[in-house]
Design a protein. Structure first.
Length: 335
C-alpha cells in the first residue's frame, strides 16, 4: 500500500496449504496447486487469510523466523505476505522461511516496493535486485519451483508507478517468470485506480487484485466499514469474475488517516470474508495486543471451515452476490 500511508512492508503473502496434495486442508481450504494447474490456476490464493509484514526481528535485524512461525501457528493463518524492504538479508531470510512455512501448511506471497518507495524517495530498496523487476520475476519464479508454497508475488502501490510498469514492460516481466506458470502476480491497487481503461490495458498481465479498503468511494477514512461490499463488488465488476479480489485490511495505522480500532478491523475483515476471495491484514501485529486478538479470533474461526467467496469463478452462482447487499449498504450509508 502507499508507503506514505502504510508501514514498510515487502510482502510475501503465505497463502499455502499443501498445494499439490491436499489443497488447503488444514490451512483454510483454499484449494491446492494441482487444482490451479488443472482448472482455476488462481486457486492457491482463493480463500487466503493471513498477515503481512510486521515480522519480529532480532537485535541483528534479521527476521526471527521461529517466533514468526509460532505466531502464525497461533493465529492459524494459511497465508503470510513477506515484504522485502527492511534490510539486505530479507531475501535470504525468505529462503530460510519458506521450507519451514511449508511444513506448517502456510502459503507465501512476496511483496516488492516500486520506484516511488525506493531511493531517492525513501532510504531503502528491495534488495538485492532493487528496481530490476525482470530479474525479480525470474528469481521469484525459480524460488517458487523449489518451494511450491511460494504462490504469488506483488508490487506495492503498483498503479502509482504505471509509467514504469507499462503494458509492454509488464509483458517482459511476466515472460521473465514464465518458467513457473503457477506463480501468480497480484498487484496492490486502490479503489479509484481500478478503472475500465486500466483493466483493458493490463488484461492478462495480473492474476488477482490486492485491494486495500479505505472507504475510497466516499471520503477516505479508517472508521467506516459500510462500503466494503460495495467497493469489492465494483472492483470485481471491472476486473471480471475470473480475477480474485483479496481485501487488505488496515490493522496498522495509516500515516494520513486516523488509526483503526479493533472493532473496525473486525467489521472490515468479516465483510471481506462475505464478499472477497481472501483477507490479508496490514500488518502482522504484536502478540497479546487487542488487534492481534481480533485477528486470532477471526482467523481461528475461518480455519475451521471452507471459504465461501461471493465471486469465486466466472459464471458461478455467487459471482454477483455482493451487488444487491452492497447497493443496500450504500443506500443506508447515504441516509
Amino acid at each position: 500500500m502507499e508507503r506514505k500511508q502504510r508501514l514498510p512492508v515487502v510482502a510475501v503473502v503465505s497463502c499455502f496449504a499443501l498445494v499439490w496434495t491436499a489443497g488447503c486442508a488444514s490451512a483454510g481450504k483454499a484449494g491446492g496447486p494441482q487444482a490451479g494447474v488443472r482448472g482455476d490456476r488462481t486457486a492457491p490464493i482463493r480463500g487466503c487469510f493471513g498477515t503481512y509484514d510486521g515480522e519480529p526481528r532480532g537485535a541483528d535485524g534479521r527476521v526471527d523466523i521461529p517466533r514468526l512461525l509460532d505466531e502464525l501457528a497461533d493465529l492459524r493463518v494459511n497465508t503470510y505476505n513477506w515484504l522485502i524492504w527492511h534490510g539486505p538479508n530479507d531475501w535470504d531470510d525468505l529462503r530460510r522461511f519458506l521450507p519451514l512455512a511449508r511444513k506448517q501448511g502456510i502459503r507465501v506471497w512476496v511483496t516488492l516496493v516500486p520506484p516511488s518507495e525506493s531511493p531517492p524517495h525513501t532510504k531503502q530498496y528491495s534488495e538485492p535486485f532493487r528496481l530490476d523487476y525482470e530479474r525479480w520475476a525470474s528469481e521469484i519464479a525459480r524460488l517458487g519451483l523449489r518451494e511450491p508454497n511460494l504462490v504469488a508475488w506483488s508490487i506495492d502501490d503498483y498503479a502509482h508507478n504505471l509509467t514504469v510498469y507499462t503494458p509492454e514492460q509488464m509483458r517482459r516481466i511476466r515472460e521473465a517468470a514464465g518458467e513457473n506458470p503457477r506463480l501468480l502476480f497480484v498487484p496492490c491497487l486502490y479503489f479509484r485506480q481500478v478503472t475500465s481503461q486500466f483493466a483493458g490495458d493490463y488484461r492478462g498481465l495480473f492474476d488477482g487484485v490486492l485491494f486495500p479498503y479505505r472507504h475510497d468511494s466516499g471520503k477516505a477514512n479508517l472508521t467506516d466499514a459500510s462500503r466494503v461490499e460495495y467497493e469489492v463488488a465494483r472492483v470485481r465488476e471491472v476486473v471480471g469474475p475470473d480475477v480474485p479480489v483479496i481485501i487488505d485490511v488496515y490493522v496498522t495505522k495509516h500515516a494520513r488517516l486516523e488509526d483503526s480500532t479493533p472493532e473496525y478491523v473486525s467489521q472490515v475483515m468479516q465483510a471481506g470474508r462475505r464478499c472477497a476471495d481472501g483477507v490479508l491484514a496490514y500488518c502482522h501485529q504484536k502478540r497479546g495486543t487487542p488487534k492481534y486478538d481480533v485477528l486470532r479470533r477471526l482467523f481461528r474461526e475461518w480455519a475451521a471451515g471452507p471459504w465461501h467467496a461471493a465471486g469465486s469463478t466466472a459464471g458461478s452462482p455467487g459471482a454477483n452476490a455482493c451487488l444487491p447487499a452492497a447497493r443496500n449498504t450504500l443506500r443506508g450509508s447515504r441516509g
